[in-house]
Design a protein around this ligand. Structure first.
Ligand code: NAD
Ligand code: DAU
Length: 353
């Protein structure tokens, strides 16, 4: 099939990036997808084994802060679209190492913006720089209310501050240079290939291993959870039908206190693993709270629903069930991560070729 256009996905070997890459590679066989990923601890090519041989897919190992590499890739592939997913994404890591978040999330985003601007400057028609961002830029809610696209930015962790900064740069390139951009800000994702440093996969893994389930503080913090495939479907719709210069909030309308999610995981897993009712709940262990822990996130996704017709397809209990089933069926994926084996995959697959 003749390739019509080439899209750069950054961070395609990560959690959301791998679902996004898979969706685009399979759904758009006449488009070439180039996945640029540094393969940090969070990047795992095993997430993409099912599509790595697809004729419209290419993987490039590299850093989004490497401007020379970015220029070379734009020259080589003539990208018409960028789906920018690469980031340092874990709040706890940003608390212990804020600078690496500034480097990748701010400097990396500006490097990409600058390269796209230079490469596209003579013809901005039919180009799009899509920046994937987070609801954490809006700060923390009290017990009431929702984040809308108009909510004032109020980031409170080094992670969210770096994402907020990158969002501001994206808008600055739109206003200053007319670079065609779109931003979406999404709530917490969950699903297969989620790195086990994050709450849901960490608890699934620990329940499987009968290890303690660490609950920060009292477990009263609330997050709005969305199945990752629903997120990437929203990105697909916004990428193709969204309005240049706009921001779209994406969320699940699905708020859960951390402690209730953990109990639901325990309940479903006891059933699936044939354990006694209440057995896994005994693993719950309250630990020191996260510094500056945001109390509540909740997205109002009305704009996306009314303007582009998107809404989440899965109920949470069902999505959580599918997620647990995936982790139970893919213990090798988890083993490779926890032993560090997954980082050898690149060498075996690519460097020995
Ligand atoms: P992730 O940590 O699972 O994956 C990040 C990917 O980016 C990895 O493959 C990593 O190797 C790559 N990467 C990191 N630094 C890089 C660099 N300098 N150059 C090239 N590649 C690099 O992250 P995720 O959870 O999939 O999040 C993806 C994006 O979605 C991020 O921008 C994040 O802020 C945003 N987001 C995540 C969530 C969520 O719940 N996970 C929700 C809303 C928005
Ligand atoms: O809201 C979107 C954001 O969601 C994304 O932008 C981030 O990239 C993503 O990591 C996620 O951030 P959170 O901090 O909300 O996710 P995390 O899984 O780290 O934590 C979820 C909640 O669970 C949070 O209130 C902290 C708590 N928690 C987390 C861990 C890892 C625990 O109680 N125990 C834990 O061990």
């Amino acid at each position: 099939m003749a390739i019509q256009q080439t899209i750069l996905i950054t961070g395609g070997a990560g959690f959301i990036g791998s679902h996004l890459t898979r969706l685009f590679v399979i759904k758009y066989p006449d488009q070439k997808i180039v996945n640029l990923d540094k393969l940090t601890y969070a990047g795992n090519l095993e997430n993409l084994v099912d599509i790595e041989g697809a004729p419209n897919y290419t993987f490039v190992k590299g850093d989004i802060t490497d401007i020379d590499l970015l220029k070379q890739l734009f020259e080589q592939y003539h990208f018409t679209g960028v789906l920018h997913c690469a980031a340092e994404s874990h709040v706890d890591r940003s608390i212990s190492d804020p600078l690496s978040f500034v480097k990748t999330n701010v400097l990396g985003t500006v490097s990409l913006l600058q390269t796209a601007k230079e490469y596209w400057k003579d013809d901005l028609a039919n180009k799009l720089f899509y920046h994937i961002s987070t609801d954490e830029v809006y700060g923390s809610l009290g017990e009431e209310g929702f984040f809308t696209e108009e909510t004032r930015y109020d980031p409170r962790s080094p992670y969210s501050a770096s994402k907020a900064s990158s969002d501001h740069f994206v808008r600055a390139f739109y206003h200053t240079y007319k670079l065609p951009v779109i931003i979406s800000n999404c709530s917490n994702n969950y699903g297969p290939y989620h790195f086990p440093e994050k709450l849901i996969p960490l608890c699934i893994n620990n329940i499987l291993q009968k290890k303690p389930l660490p609950v920060y503080g009292k477990g009263e913090n609330v997050r709005d959870w969305l199945y990752v495939e629903d997120h990437v479907k929203a990105i697909d719709i916004i990428f193709h039908k969204g309005k240049i210069g706009e921001t779209y909030n994406i969320g699940g309308h699905n708020e859960w206190k951390n402690i209730d999610i953990i109990k639901e995981l325990c309940r479903q897993m006891d059933e699936k693993l044939g354990r006694q009712k209440g057995e896994s709940e005994k693993l719950i262990t309250f630990v020191k709270d996260r510094a500056g822990h945001d109390l509540r996130y909740a997205i109002d996704a009305t704009k996306l629903k009314e303007e582009l017709g998107w809404q989440p397809s899965l109920q949470f209990e069902e999505g959580l069930g599918k997620t647990i089933d995936w982790y139970i069926a893919n213990t090798k994926w988890m083993e490779d991560i926890t032993t560090g084996n997954y980082q050898r995959y690149y060498e075996e697959q690519y460097e020995k070729r």
